[in-house]
Design a protein around this ligand. Sequence first.
Ligand code: HEM
Ligand code: HEM
Length: 429
Amino acid sequence: MTTEAPRPAPFAEHGQQQRYTAVAIALHWIIAFSIIGLIAVGWLMEEMDPGPDYFAIVQLHKSFGITILLLSVARIIWRLMNPPPPEPPMPGWQKFAASAVHVLFYVLIIAMPLTGWIMASASSDAPTRYFGLVDIRLPGIPALDPATREGLEEGFEQVHANLAWVIIGLLALHVAGALKHQFVDRDGLLARMAPGLFGRTAGPPDNGQGHVWAFGAAALIFAAIASFSLFSAPPNEAIAATVTEEEQQPASAAPSWTVDYGKSSLKFRASYQGDGFEGTFPDWTAQIQLDTAAAPNPDTPIGGYIRVAIPMGKVSTGEPYFDESVTQGDWFDVSKHPEAVFEVTGGVYKLSDTQYEATGVLKLKGVDHPVRLPFTLTLDGNTATARGEVTLQRLALNVGAGTPAEAKGDAEWVANEVAVVIDVTATRQ
Ligand code: HEM
Ligand code: HEM
């Protein structure tokens, strides 16, 4: 649409309005559409039940959100180095209102992703990796004690949710203002930011300056956060982020333990049609590093790293029909996901002389689920025996989604709760 409507002086005489630089226009629209999209996705996430789709969407929300934060930094630097084109004449109060909305927008395009980022960095629920590649939690936050992190997560979740409404309120004012200029004042203001679509404009005096500063600063911030996380996160996390699983080696300074698989087991207890049964994974392997000599302290993790890899293709329940069907279809689906991995990502806590808790992530069917594994450990010289048990909800893990979790007519059913029990005997190296 082109507007050839008469424009008020002095712009009618001077011809067209001067538009923003191409960089300013591109950043304005990329950020505007992304923010509207991220708010919609944020609300959608609130409605979803935890499951693979939910986790995948949250991960994308976080990665796109961080991208918006970096682009917003670039945009603000660009704006400081390139003043906007002269404004069309308007009453003082309108000038003030427009500038106030713009300044608040600049604050919000930083504050919105930043609050989300703080919330996600404080959470031990799931890793925050930029498009699955590199850990980008805000330095310092993951190392805080669990209670502070929980408080931060809850507080910033509130702020993050409320700021969405502030953005929507400002957007209503901003769009109403733009439309008033366009259709009531007919001063061609919209074309300054959307040239071509809303009429002809005069080009900016030049293409602007400061490309390197604006985009270089954004890139530097990203590089600093990514490398800081890589080098200061618990080493296991750095490794998990950069190398493939086969290459993974424990890198904690804590003593290593060699598992005696003959004396150790990994089992699960579930119930089918109300009758309990037990299954065993025969082929798991574990890397364990643990500083059992550390003093108990519920707030600070002790030195340690645990990674248990479980090939899911071999399960033994004593019932061949189960053994086969559980590896297939909507159960473990081993043709696509041959291995499950539990890995400590949030540290091991020593609660008392014998009570420990490993906080980490269970990667099952390609999705990371937060898991806290409490275990007891007793030492006899250099030999430790440990027993851990955790109850998981199979439906939340997307295991056997098509099978009901309670009696429903004649349908076969399998209880939702599944207890996973790990018994380990290991010797210190
Ligand atoms: C959340 C989404 C949006 C944000 C954060 C946002 C932010 C901003 C900011 C900060 C400015 C000031 C640029 C400057 O001079 O420094 C601006 C200008 C502008 N925005 Fe938006 N905007 C959004 C959505 C929209 C939408 C949907 C429209 C469409 C009607 C729009 C139309 C404009 C126009 C026409 C200008 C230029 C105003 C002028 O020439 O002074 N914006 N926007
Ligand atoms: C401009 C960027 C962003 C916008 C507009 C945005 C918007 C939203 C909205 C509207 C919600 C739903 C809040 C509610 O109603 O409770 C939400 C949730 C969330 N956002 Fe953002 N967000 C942005 C960036 C980020 C970033 C950078 C991160 C983390 C790195 C993040 C992490 C989250 C998380 C973890 C949730 C809660 C998910 C859940 O528990 O269901 N967001 N976001």
